[in-house]
Design a protein around this ligand. Structure first.
Ligand SMILES: *Cc1c(COP(=O)(O)O)cnc(C)c1O
Length: 422
């Protein structure tokens, strides 16, 4: 949507919803009345069809078909079948992507595979480059791997995207970057960055947690080496639904994993005494998969495959631009600082503002029906998921934020209390 046509009244927002071809997608989701859900970047909403699928996998497949389901209901093939679908969403080929485990574990697997390849080719390179602002678990997993390897590897953290080029000295083995930053929403150009990394002789491991399903991604065409990501955010897979790991075809034969469990074995049911890795991405499976969760998440993945991702991206940018503009024009007197890029080329699908009383402000907003979330320090984060958020929702959310700030609703002592999960 061009700037001059951006809505400036609630009626114009409602009009934009009426003209939005993607608006019908909202009916595919079960969202409670009276709630504007701006946290799909943390836990995607429930696809209605997932309820029936979950009931079926529990009552029929588990309850009635019992152990026969591994063959009859194709449970054994689920991580590959769904992995192949996720592969299509992120632009990877067949057999290169599997759905399994958590993003944290898949970061460990991707990093160790990349390091093993570099160890053979360029053993003197012992540095992993990442971002200080990366989601902490990615850095924690790298720390754990480095300690386990005990071979002089170290982590070099950059403070800003423009510092990457300088960090790429001839000692760098692997660069691990999260394409969309969880806090600011900064979006890296995957193709340009991967080229920079390769020109410096390193391999690129991409974390797509906030990009899979949020922005169009083409891992293979853009040259990535490895990619991981989760499915419970923009892919609406459900709480704790399995993550994914993708390996470029050129690395598949050499990509090894230290987590050599039986599900990654070439023939698991041969029960042989030693490990032989399966061909393709299957080797990144470790043990028995969480079938109920995996079967349920396929519904969200299928929903995504049915939608035009370019149209989704256009709507996402129209909504995030509208959100930024409304906050900055209608709430101008309040101390809100945008930390998300204005440049659409570098913006994912969420918008974050800092406010000195961010935590209490978010609690008050949630109590008033607008669910976003809070991230340290002082950050109000709003996930704008174009599958089920509309233009009038954005208007109403900003008006609620205005009321919380104008009337100082956040001062209520109740909103200062912190739970275990923020
Ligand atoms: C959400 C997120 C994770 C979550 O990891 P889990 O292992 O699923 O808990 C990891 N990395 C990034 C960049 C994320 O945004």
């Amino acid at each position: 949507m061009a700037d001059q046509t951006r809505p400036t009244t609630r009626e114009q927002c409602a009009e934009a919803d009426r003209n939005d071809e993607l608006a019908v997608l909202r009916d595919e989701f079960a969202l409670p009345d009276g709630v504007i859900y701006l946290d799909g970047n943390s836990l995607g909403a429930l696809p209605r069809a997932a309820v029936a699928r979950a009931a079926d996998v529990v009552t029929q497949e588990w309850g009635t078909d019992l152990i026969g389901s591994w063959n009859k209901n194709h449970w054994f093939e689920l991580p590959l079948r769904i992995g192949e679908k996720i592969g299509r969403i992120i632009g990877g080929g067949a057999g290169e992507c599997v759905a399994t485990d958590t993003t944290s574990l898949n970061v460990f697997k991707a990093l160790s595979a990349a390091i093993a390849i570099q160890q053979e080719d360029v053993p003197a390179r012992r540095v992993i480059v990442s971002e200080r602002e990366n989601f902490p678990t990615d850095l924690y997993m790298a720390e754990g791997l480095i300690a386990l390897l005990d071979r002089g590897y170290s982590l070099r953290l950059i403070d800003a995207p423009e510092d990457l080029a300088d960090a790429l000295a001839d000692d760098v083995a692997v660069v691990m970057i999260t394409q969309v930053n969880y806090r600011t929403g900064y979006l890296w150009d995957l193709a340009d960055t991967t080229r920079l990394v390769h020109d410096a002789g390193a391999l690129a491991v991409w974390d797509l947690c906030h990009s899979a399903g949020a922005v169009p991604v083409r891992v293979a065409a853009d040259g990535a080496d490895f990619a991981v990501g989760c499915t419970y955010k923009y892919l609406n897979g459900g709480p704790g639904s399995p993550a994914f790991i993708w390996v470029a075809e050129r690395h598949l034969a050499r990509a090894t994993t230290p987590l050599s469990g039986w599900w990654g074995h070439k023939s698991p049911f041969a029960m042989s005494e030693s490990y032989t890795a399966a061909d393709g991405g299957r080797r990144f499976l470790v043990g028995t998969q969480p079938i109920i969760s995996m079967a349920t998440m396929e519904v969200g993945i299928d929903l995504h495959l049915s939608v035009d991702e370019q149209a989704l991206r256009r709507k996402s940018l129209a909504l995030t631009s509208l959100f930024i503009e409304l906050v900055e024009t209608r709430l101008a007197q309040h101390p809100l600082t945008l930390i998300t890029p204005r440049d659409e080329q570098h913006r994912g699908s969420h918008v974050s503002f800092r406010h000195p009383e961010g935590f209490a402000v978010m609690k008050a907003l949630i109590a008033n029906g607008v669910i976003g979330d809070y991230r340290e320090p002082e950050v109000l984060r709003f996930g704008i998921t174009p599958m089920y958020v509309g233009f009038a929702d954005v208007w109403d959310a900003v008006e609620t934020l205005r009321r919380v700030l104008d009337d100082e609703l956040w001062r209520d002592p109740e909103y200062q209390l912190r739970g275990a999960v923020t």
